[in-house]
Design a binder for this molecule. Structure first.
Ligand SMILES: [Fe+2]
Ligand SMILES: [Fe+2]
Length: 128
């Protein structure tokens, strides 16, 4: 799952590994471990999205806005998942939300990220 921009790919690998930790903890019925991993995932995601949104603002505004909307939808899904894991402590709901989130994230997020990555690859080099 590469978009061809090393910094973005590195962040994505970190996020996928953390999300895998969340899912494994949920499979093991360990809500505490899931919550810990989810907190780290949410922090990595927040930092990554801010960088991508700043980068995207330098290009086509329609693409930048669409990308931001995908990020906002993802932030809402993660907040719901965090609520199920750490506040309601509802394992069944957490598993359902995690399954839905994984599928949506892979599908939606990488579609928008590929557009941003293509723009970055074709951007003129900065003037020294
Ligand atoms: Fe993105
Ligand atoms: Fe991304």
């Amino acid at each position: 799952m590469s978009v061809g921009i090393p910094a973005m790919d590195g962040d994505h690998r970190t996020m996928v590994a953390l999300l895998d930790e969340v899912c494994l903890a949920l499979q093991s019925r360990n809500l505490f471990a899931a919550g810990e991993a989810l907190t780290r995932f949410a922090a990595a995601m927040a930092a990554h999205f801010i960088v991508e949104e700043r980068l995207g603002d330098g290009f086509d505004q329609d693409n930048a806005e669409a990308h931001r909307e995908v990020h906002d939808a993802t932030r809402r899904q993660v907040a719901l998942l965090q609520d199920a894991v750490t506040v309601r402590r509802d394992l069944t709901a957490a598993r359902d939300l995690a399954d839905e989130f994984v599928a949506d994230w892979i599908k939606r997020l990488f579609r928008e990220d590929r557009v941003l990555a293509a723009n970055l690859r074709h951007a003129p080099a900065p003037i020294p």
